[in-house]
Design a protein around this ligand. Structure first.
Ligand SMILES: [Zn+2]
Ligand SMILES: [Zn+2]
Length: 337
């Protein structure tokens, strides 16, 4: 005879299967809706994947002969900081141009912070810059400490990664990072720890510079989540793969905070991928949506239910408004004729 705990378990399993089934359907629709953006995203992802090992050989021709600690520091400093700066320059151009082509991808109708209050935005920019400098220093110190602690990534030219190695190691790092980030982020939303995380939530509407705006303690914790996959791989990973992984992660967080849901984002090719709209909801409503690369942890733990209900209600409202407009227009036409 089935006990009550067994039936509770089977109900929970059925609910999880149902949630996964819904997630698969949503994902299928997500790919279809992208249109030509999907082809551009595939082109960006494929061309990056095919050229990266060749770029690694090119970079190594300049770094060959350097000491291990110098290579580690250079790779870490350049991959994290250059990608953050370049990503923000790219977004600055898009924010400044305000072209209708880009604006149709904006995730909400709110004006940007510099349009709301220019004086306050000047102060915010200074705070973001100082925070970034402080966190960059911390990150460099962590790299130096990890080398002295015996961190053992490969750094020779004979073992520059193949395409296959690059693909599985980046996929592994994404899964490890997403899992550790989900639980860390969720813990930081616990009232006891929220004082650490509330700095990042000073941005109610996401913009690209908010991506790395965080309390130094949170920065150390999230950096550990990012470094966890590489730390597990150790000597199986090349230091250039580590550098590429940092670039992938930094661009992902800029993409998630930029305030636009670009159809050509290569990150949206990932199955069960989070999105800019997804993370924007986390900032604007401060409810659920804790993950980074993927959303399956949120779905499995039921922490994105409010978001999908909100999206459904908004779609229904938009459809209702459209029907009202069409009805009013037809009424006016019939009056005039
Ligand atoms: Zn948060
Ligand atoms: Zn955020």
């Amino acid at each position: 005879m089935e006990t009550s705990s067994q039936s509770d378990l089977s109900i929970a399993s059925l609910a999880t299967l149902d949630a996964l089934d819904n997630a698969i359907k949503k994902d299928k629709n997500r790919y279809i809706r992208k249109g030509y953006g999907l082809l551009v995203a595939i082109f960006i992802a494929l061309s990056t994947y095919l050229t990266v090992p060749h770029i690694m050989f090119f970079i190594h021709s300049y770094l060959d002969g350097m000491q291990k600690i110098q290579i580690f520091l250079l790779v870490q400093l350049c991959s994290t900081n250059l990608s953050y700066v370049l990503g923000n320059i790219y977004m600055y151009i898009i924010y400044s141009l305000k072209l209708p082509f880009f604006e149709r991808y904006k995730v909400d109708n709110n004006p940007w912070p510099w349009e709301q209050n220019l004086k306050q935005w000047t102060q915010t920019k200074k705070k973001v810059l100082l925070n970034w400098i402080l966190n960059s220093i911390i990150s460099s110190l962590l790299t130096i400490a990890s080398v002295y602690a015996g961190q053992n990534f490969r750094h020779d030219s004979s073992s520059i990664p193949s395409h296959f190695e690059l693909a599985w190691q980046i996929a592994f790092c994404m899964i490890v990072e997403d899992t550790s980030f989900y639980w860390l982020h969720r813990t930081l939303h616990n009232p006891r720890f929220y004082y650490i995380h509330k700095k990042h939530h000073e941005f109610y509407n996401t913009i690209s510079v908010a991506a790395e705006y965080q309390h130094p303690i949170e920065f150390v914790l999230t950096s550990t989540a990012t470094a966890l996959g590489p730390l597990i791989l150790g000597a199986n990973m090349h230091v250039y793969t580590l550098g590429f992984w940092y670039i992938v992660r930094v661009f992902e967080t800029i993409d998630g905070h930029c305030g636009y849901e670009f159809s050509w984002s290569p990150y949206r090719l990932l199955p069960f991928s989070g999105s800019s709209e997804y993370h924007h909801y986390h900032h604007s409503h401060n409810i659920g949506n804790f993950s980074s690369f993927f959303y399956y942890w949120d779905t499995l733990c039921g922490t994105n239910k409010e978001y999908f209900n909100f999206k459904k209600a908004r779609t229904n409202e938009m459809q209702l408004n459209l029907m009202r407009r069409v009805f009013n227009e037809s009424q006016q036409k019939s009056k005039t004729t």
